[in-house]
Design a protein around this ligand. Structure first.
Ligand code: P6P
Length: 338
């Protein structure tokens, strides 16, 4: 079967919807997808190149860095920093904002990314992925500044993620639906396999790290226990699935429905996940697919980040499941870690 819609052809076909588009956003999405192909190859061959180990460094969040974290980070900084599209970059692996090759005013956009989410799982062949979020600068007539990353989801121009698993997939949205691609290694192209992904209105899967139960607020405990009751769904209790790799847990929730939750708790009073380059892009995509994404009391896309490495809780998935969480856990005010 000849693949009619590769990523670049699909993006080009979408441009017809925007007569005044310059093609720049299309070009940078293709550049990002090239970075994902390179990282996919790195992940696939890391085992026998001895790259599964730790680099010996600690990142800004206190996590031990894997060699592959730095390798993936380097690929994206090199590739996208020299694309001319981005005035500044933010990477989970770097403490501060990254300057790019763009000259003073060039680069209409700023880009934040997690180069290799879930890398702690890499040695056991559990899926990992790259997550990115693109904002337009607040003022096109000046050079990019840190404050250009401090914008709510309404200012996101594109967001996406890849999953390096049994296949390499790429899912993105520019605000006109969510589209999924699969890498065809025989031609080295991402091919359209899931146009216009919509999350099911309700699901039967819940996804949470129950190892944190002792630290949860009682209302979170009660909510999770309610999912295990015989009458939780028409077919009985919810099924539990937790990979421990955000891109894998999110991608399953997007396609199958249900709810993924990482609430605040006593050990993580501001949350475990990162707002700018994990929660925000995934919330943008989930809402574009008809789903919901909150931190508890607030929609993620309505939050304005105040720090590039700010953390957040994330409860996301089918609208009815997320609404149920909000009603059961947050109707009576803020939830605190225990
Ligand atoms: P925990 C991976 O390091 C990550 O950032 C996400 O990919 C994943 O959802 C989360 O951490 C897992 O955290 O506390 O359950 O191990």
């Amino acid at each position: 079967m000849i693949p009619t819609q590769t990523l670049s052809r699909f993006i080009h076909s979408q441009r017809k919807r925007y007569p005044d588009s310059t093609g720049e956003l299309s070009d940078l999405l293709v550049s990002i997808s090239l970075g994902m192909k390179l990282i996919s190859q790195m992940v696939a061959t890391a085992g026998f190149k001895g790259l599964h180990g730790y680099s010996g460094e600690i990142n800004v969040h206190g996590d031990e860095k894997r060699i592959l974290d730095d390798e993936a980070d380097e690929v994206l900084v090199e590739l996208l920093g020299s694309s001319g599209h981005f005035g500044l970059l933010v990477s989970e692996e770097r403490d501060s904002v990254i300057a790019t090759d763009a000259s003073h005013n060039e680069g209409k956009y700023v880009l934040a990314f997690d180069p290799l989410d879930g890398s702690s799982n890499i040695g056991s062949n559990i899926p990992t992925g790259t997550i990115f979020c693109i904002y337009k600068k607040k003022d096109e007539n000046r050079a990019a500044i840190n404050d250009d990353f401090c914008q709510p989801g309404s200012a996101v121009v594109a967001a996406g993620y890849s999953v390096y698993g049994a296949k390499t997939s790429f899912v993105y949205s520019t605000g006109s639906g969510v589209h999924g691609f699969t890498l065809d290694p025989s031609i080295g192209e991402f091919v359209l396999t899931d146009p216009d992904i919509r999350v099911p209105e309700r699901g039967t899967i819940y996804s949470v790290n129950e190892g944190n139960t002792a630290f949860w607020d009682d209302r979170v405990k009660t909510y999770v226990e309610s999912l295990k009751r015989h009458d939780a769904t028409e077919k009985g209790p919810y099924t539990g699935r937790y990979v421990g790799s955000l891109v894998a847990d999110f991608d399953r929730t997007l396609r199958k429905g249900g709810v993924f939750l990482y609430p605040v708790d006593a050990k993580r009073p501001t949350g475990r996940l990162r707002l700018l380059y994990e929660c925000m892009p995934l919330a943008f995509i989930m809402e574009q697919a008809g789903g919901s994404a909150i931190n508890g009391p607030d929609r993620i896309v309505e939050i304005t980040p105040s720090d590039i490495h700010q953390k957040s809780a994330l409860i996301t998935g089918s609208p009815s499941e997320v609404a149920r969480y909000a009603a059961q856990v947050h109707a009576k005010g803020d939830v605190k870690g225990r």
